[in-house]
Design a binder for this molecule. Structure first.
Ligand code: HEM
Length: 401
């Protein structure tokens, strides 16, 4: 489980696989202990290294393999309590439960501890550092580059950039995402951050409200994601001139060098596709969390990844294709958190450029009208297109966007 969590973390952070891969040792010689745990096993466990403990699983409940009860450390004929716990741990015990919920008969599962450690540790620290890192980069960018101004100065005439339906969809997406991000951060950092500040009782109420908001606002986010996709996908298809824009970093770092761009430049296309792909992924894992055990998707995803040999690309063994219902839920939570942090980091940069970072940008989503000189500097090809359409349109007709 820890390897899966580390793989997902490594994949999302682009870490080299060597940092996470730790090989299970070859079958150790256990003759000295009569097949039981060895000193080497204990030492490896203390160091947190993987242990080949098949010997425990294989011996479960088999009296012929158990030490005789006449021995000093003998068991009760292979049916002692440790045997029962082993059977529970390795899923070989015959458990019946009065409910039929998936996973009801699973009484013990090791991966829970690894998941909790990941959630309390790397997810929060790396996620927190990523958010702070992006804020730091934006402050640095502001200090070095200053606010991006309309170089020719405002023209005083405007051009329609976004229609009401586009602005409605954008603000539905933005409003819902911001609420989801704030409430999600409250839930993930609350226990070890907020409780110390506001106390347990206040946090209990805040956590309850946050959870309710998070679960329900998710629907608005998914609806807005569909609307934005439908409205803007054609304008965000890749084009060779995007490479020119990217090569010049969009002129963001130098004045007087705006590369030509259509309605959306390459930077905005990257934002669009990140929002769509990460948005779908965060929604899918969120739905799996909203409907516990009903939407397991990781085992299926791992089968597909193994089929194309993806784990091997980063030097890892194939991923497990059989997962317990609880492991599915834990992976859904871990993935949901990783993707959410990635989105938050990207969106912080987007919010900066779309508001205080660039003169004239906010108007596009404010009243839908942008200054003509702003448009010419940032979306020259789109302006030419709009003006050509306006000329071609019969007199009195509304110009096309
Ligand atoms: C207060 C927060 C936000 C502000 C001020 C803001 C501002 C803007 C502006 C001004 C534009 C139009 C840019 C142009 O005319 O070229 C835009 C576009 C867009 N926004 Fe936002 N936005 C915010 C939050 C969000 C959030 C939370 C999301 C998604 C989760 C989002 C997704 C998008 C997308 C996909 C586009 C089109 C691509 C792009 O222009 O980058 N926005 N936003």
């Amino acid at each position: 489980m820890i390897r899966i969590l580390l793989l997902t973390l490594a994949l999302s952070l682009g870490l080299p696989a060597g940092l996470t891969a730790q090989e299970t040792p070859p079958d150790p010689d256990r003759s000295a202990t009569g097949g039981a745990q060895t000193l080497e096993d204990i030492l490896r466990r203390q160091q947190g290294l993987p242990i080949d403990d098949r010997f425990r699983r294989d011996a479960t409940g088999d009296p012929s393999v158990a030490a005789p009860s006449t021995d000093q450390l003998g068991t009760l004929g292979g049916a002692s309590d440790p045997e029962l716990w082993r059977a529970l741990r390795y899923g070989t015990a015959d458990v019946t439960a009065s409910t039929s919920t998936p996973g009801a008969t699973l009484l013990m599962q090791d991966s829970g501890a690894a998941w909790l450690e990941f959630r309390e540790g790397p997810l929060r620290t790396w996620g927190g550092y990523a958010v702070l890192g992006m804020l730091g980069l934006l402050i640095l960018f502001r200090l070095l580059r200053g606010k991006i101004m309309i170089e020719a100065g405002p023209a005083g005439t405007t051009i329609e950039r976004f229609k009401p339906i586009e602005r409605f969809s954008h603000w539905l997406l933005a409003g819902s995402f911001i609420l989801l991000a704030i409430t999600g951060l409250i839930v993930i950092f609350g226990r070890n951050g907020l409780i110390d500040w506001i106390g347990k009782d206040a946090y209990a109420n805040l956590a309850q409200v946050s959870k309710w908001v998070h679960n329900n606002v998710a629907w608005a986010f998914m609806l807005a994601l569909i609307l934005v996709f439908v409205l803007w996908v054609l304008r965000n298809l890749p084009h060779y001139r995007d490479l020119v824009w990217l090569a010049k970093a969009g002129g963001l770092f130098s004045k007087h060098s705006h590369p030509p761009a259509g309605k959306f430049n390459a930077g905005q296309k990257l934002i669009f596709w990140s929002v769509i792909l990460l948005g779908v992924s965060v929604s899918a894992s969120g739905l799996a969390l909203l409907f516990p055990f009903e939407l397991p998707m990781f085992a299926k995803t791992f089968v597909a990844l193994n089929q194309i040999g993806a784990p091997g690309w980063i030097g890892m063994d194939p991923l497990p294709e059989q997962l317990t219902p609880h492991a599915e839920m834990q992976l859904a939570q871990a993935w949901h958190g990783i993707v959410a942090f990635a989105m938050i980091v990207i969106i912080i940069a987007h919010i900066y450029i779309g508001s205080v970072g660039m003169e004239g940008a906010f108007d596009a989503m404010g009243d839908g009208q942008v200054d003509l000189n702003w448009a010419k500097e940032h979306h020259s090809l789109w302006v030419e297109e709009v003006q050509a359409d306006a000329k071609a349109a019969p007199k009195g007709a509304t110009p096309a966007e």
